[in-house]
Design a protein around this ligand. Structure first.
Ligand code: DUC
Ligand code: ZN
Ligand code: ZN
Length: 476
């Protein structure tokens, strides 16, 4: 066979194995692992490097409407370019339903933004903000059939939060259709109460973002979410878990036999609430929800990554420019923490952070790294085994890593649309240098070789963990 591309001399890692073998690619898929591969249109020498499945970041926000006067820092072009440089071949952003409007309307607009503008493959989760009868009865079930097989619901934010009844109704759609529900767990009423107390005392600087969203707020909501999922009898994903008490709710639910998928993110390993204390409102750069906690919580999240409390390590990339009236320092946000947009950039550093701090420091091994960042992401969101692994027949989505490369993080070297990185100055060892998407070399030795027309939208199947939907006509 004449291959389109052969990756030679590398060390391949999957979620289960690490082994030396060459990799043969033809027509965008992996067609041979190991053995002779003499004839190839193109070759990459991966001696001394790791050959891993391309990262899948199942939790990113791109061009998401974020309130009046606020603009997210990344569109699809910059967000997926940044993702690619960070070793990813696929991202899953959220398509937000506007209140009172059909989800299809938001999807049409979102597809138009993505079309022709992606350096990685993309697929969309839905955010259900208005679970009306029409949405629950007709629209969502039809969208699940069309490949939008996961939706996020919020327990916080005045304009997004759903009541327990609405969450149960949404979970019931998931139960009937085989979709997967993701929950943002923070108790909005408790946050409002604390905001009232802080404002009465005149405490309005960025640090107050953390003190109005303490661990109890997240723990209670996590307990409620897993309980509601138990009542509705559905699996669920608890996204962006920041601390041990929320982790314990996940573990307790699992001991009761529930399927709960846990996700944590780089900010909960690398940042603390003290970062929100910066001079001149610099703390705004670190405002995200749930907020970063303390070093004990960082240790807890590492423990959760090691022990399997967490199945997913995602970025929750949600970038806003700092020094910008449409970003963190918007006219209201520069006077009161309540108006600082929530979210920080991270899609480009998610993998280098976990590689450097996790693999290189011996906290996790390479198969666990692959599982957390690619394989479990694909399994959870209906992309496996086409994506998320290195196997014959899988898409040739590959990231080649140089474990000997040490770099100091500088925003000047990032490829997103923000004007800062929360990880400025971190010294990280192990970086992706070459990335292949569907058999095409997109990034070669750190140089962009692909175009924004190379990524495509991918419809998804159902999660491996979702309930099996009843057969049509089965009378349920
Ligand atoms: N939740 C997210 O998942 N991302 C950013 C902000 C938020 O509240
Ligand atoms: Zn969230
Ligand atoms: Zn998010």
């Amino acid at each position: 066979m004449r291959f389109d591309l052969v990756i030679r001399n590398g060390t391949i890692a999957t979620a289960s194995d690490v082994f030396a073998a060459d990799l043969g690619i033809k027509n965008g898929v992996i067609v041979q692992i190991g053995g002779a591969m003499d004839e190839a249109a193109e070759s990459i020498d991966a001696a001394g490097k790791y050959v891993l499945p391309g990262g899948i970041d199942s939790h990113v926000h791109i061009a998401q409407p974020s309130g009046e006067g606020i603009v997210m820092a990344d569109d699809f072009e910059s967000g997926t370019r940044s993702a690619l440089f960070g070793g990813n071949t696929m991202v899953l952003p959220f398509c937000l339903q506007e209140k009172g409007r059909p989800l299809r309307e938001a999807l049409k607009a979102y597809h138009a933004l993505a079309e022709g503008n992606c350096y990685t493959d993309v697929s969309f989760h839905l955010i259900v903000s208005d679970p009306s009868e029409a949405v629950l009865g007709q629209e969502l079930p039809a969208l699940v059939e069309d490949g939008y097989t996961s939706f996020k619901v919020f327990m916080t934010y005045e304009d997004l939060r759903l009541s327990d009844a609405q969450i149960l109704d949404t979970m019931d759609v998931a139960r009937r259709t085989g979709a997967l529900v993701m929950v943002h767990c923070e108790n909005e009423d408790a946050i409002r109460y604390l905001i009232g107390r802080h404002e009465a005392e005149g405490t309005v600087a960025p640090r107050a973002h953390a003190t109005t969203r303490p661990i109890a707020v997240e723990r209670e909501a996590t307990h409620r979410a897993v309980s509601l999922a138990e009542v509705a009898d559905v699996p669920l994903v608890i996204v962006h878990v920041s601390n041990r008490e929320a982790m314990e709710e996940i573990e307790r639910a699992r001991r009761r036999g529930r399927k709960v998928i846990g996700e944590t993110c780089p900010q909960y390993l690398m940042l603390t609430a003290d970062d929100l204390d910066g001079m001149d409102w610099e703390g705004a750069k670190f405002v995200c929800s749930p907020p970063p906690r303390d070093t004990a919580s960082q240790d807890a999240c590492w423990d959760g990554l090691e022990r399997g409390v967490f199945d997913l390590f995602s970025s929750d990339h949600c970038p806003f420019r700092y020094d910008d009236p449409a970003g963190k320092l918007n006219p209201k946000g520069s006077r009161n923490f309540r108006h600082i947009p929530n979210g920080i950039p991270g899609v480009e550093l998610r993998l280098p952070i976990l590689f450097s701090e996790g693999v290189m420091k011996g906290r996790i091994d390479l198969p666990r790294f692959v599982a957390l960042t690619a394989t479990n992401q694909a399994r959870t969101y209906g992309l496996y085994p086409q994506k998320g692994t290195i196997a014959v027949g899988a898409d040739a989505d590959i990231a080649i890593w140089d474990p000997s490369l040490t770099r100091t993080v500088r925003h000047a070297d990032m490829h997103d649309g923000a004007d800062y990185t929360p990880y400025e100055g971190a010294e990280l060892t192990g970086w992706p240098t070459t990335v292949v998407l569907g058999g095409k070399i997109m990034l070669r030795d750190g140089t962009l070789t692909g175009t924004k027309a190379d990524g495509s939208y991918r419809s998804r199947g159902r999660s491996q963990f979702a309930t099996v939907p009843p057969k049509v006509g089965a009378g349920t």
